[in-house]
Design a protein around this ligand. Structure first.
Ligand code: CAA
Ligand code: NAD
Length: 283
């Protein structure tokens, strides 16, 4: 199966990065978000990212214009034409994803593959909302998408070998490195990463050290590119909390209990870099 037309749903930080890498790799990309404002901001964001590539001479102005011409913002899912692959990147909530997948199952042509960028939710459960679970798969990109090489590919219980193969090949065409992972909470990436981030938040909560110093320990002592609190802000504290809740519920083990301080920040709306305030503040 040849993928040509891709529909990206969600124009947040992940959806925009995903749209950009597909556009840059010659795919035609429709972009949908329930917020039209977010789509407008998103187009301006991608344009700015590509202009930086032109400034760095990584791309000519003509090439950049060609890439932008492959982007089609849409204001309704029913306006998407002839989609071969959907990549969903909306909020990390099972009920939202299931209801979207149900709708997509009705709207999309029978051959369309429905992929989700979920960071922790069971693919099998999302697939169960559709009549085509063999065509539902996890395609988990890392943030920032244009920079990070990994794509975790997660098979649901019913995902077909053919669909797995298409997504594997497509990831390679995006110049990414795909890794195959079974459908367990948090997959590999967030099962390992997020408890570390949660522990850093507990360390702050228990007054073990100042936030700057917790980050300094992990950056200077372990050579992490970002400290865990900065990384949590970068990912989004709402997303971090959803992932910890999935791990806690999915494994039934208290070692995954989300830190109360993380809950408090999310309740306050301090969701991290995307809103200008989390553990740190941003312009
Ligand atoms: N979008 C696109 N490109 C970006 C970018 C963004 N948001 N942020 C940085 N870049 C690019 C820059 O343009 C620059 O490119 P060039 O080298 O070609 O000039 C390059 O990345 C390096 O950027 P900077 O020099 O500005 O900054 P840096 O060296 O500090 O790197 C970083 C920034 C790449 C984000 C680095 O800090 C990093 O790797 N942080 C850790 C990121 C990480 O762990 N991601 C995984 C999060 S977990 C996840 O994604 C899974 C999940 O489900 C939650
Ligand atoms: P975000 O908050 O930046 O963006 C989410 C976008 O989805 C928003 O623009 C919102 O308007 C839109 N949206 C919400 N519900 C919608 C619906 N029903 N229909 C259409 N649009 C809808 O979130 P994000 O950080 O981009 O995360 C998106 C997904 O990617 C989540 O599943 C998350 O777990 C996953 N993910 C996040 C990261 C990360 O570092 N943030 C990394 C990998 C995967």
């Amino acid at each position: 199966m040849d993928i040509k037309n891709v529909l990206v749903i969600g124009a947040g930080q992940m959806g925009l990065g995903i749209a950009q890498v597909f556009m840059t790799s010659n795919y035609h990309v429709s972009l949908y978000d329930m917020s039209e404002e977010q789509i407008k901001k998103g187009i301006a964001f991608i344009d700015k990212q590509l202009n930086r590539q032109v400034e760095k001479a990584a791309m000519t102005k003509v090439e950049k214009d060609e890439v932008m011409n492959r982007l089609y913002p849409i204001s309704s899912l029913s306006n998407a034409a002839q989609v071969d692959l959907v990549v969903e990147a909306v909020v990390e909530k099972m009920e939202v994803k299931q209801s979207l997948f149900k709708e997509l199952d009705q709207l999309m042509p029978p051959h369309t593959i429905l992929a989700t960028n979920t960071s922790s939710l069971p693919i099998t459960e999302i697939a169960a909302a559709t009549s085509r679970p063999q065509q539902v798969i996890g395609m988990h990109f890392m943030n920032p998408v244009p920079v990070m090489k990994l794509v975790e590919i997660i098979r649901g219980l019913a995902t077909s070998d053919e669909v797995y193969k298409v997504i594997h090949e497509t990831s390679e065409r995006l110049n990414k490195v795909p890794v195959e992972v079974e459908d367990f909470p948090g997959f590999v990436s967030n099962r390992i990463l997020m408890p570390m981030v949660n522990e850093a938040i507990y360390t702050l909560y228990e007054g073990v050290a100042r936030k700057e110093d917790i980050d300094a320990v992990m950056k200077l002592g372990m050579r992490h590119p970002m400290g865990p609190l900065t990384l949590a802000d970068f990912i989004g504290l709402d997303t971090c909390l959803f992932i910890m809740e999935t791990l806690h519920k999915g494994f039934g083990d208290d070692k995954y209990r989300p830190c109360p301080l993380l809950r408090k920040y999310v309740k306050a709306g301090w969701l991290g870099k995307k809103v200008g305030r989390g553990f740190f503040t941003y312009d």
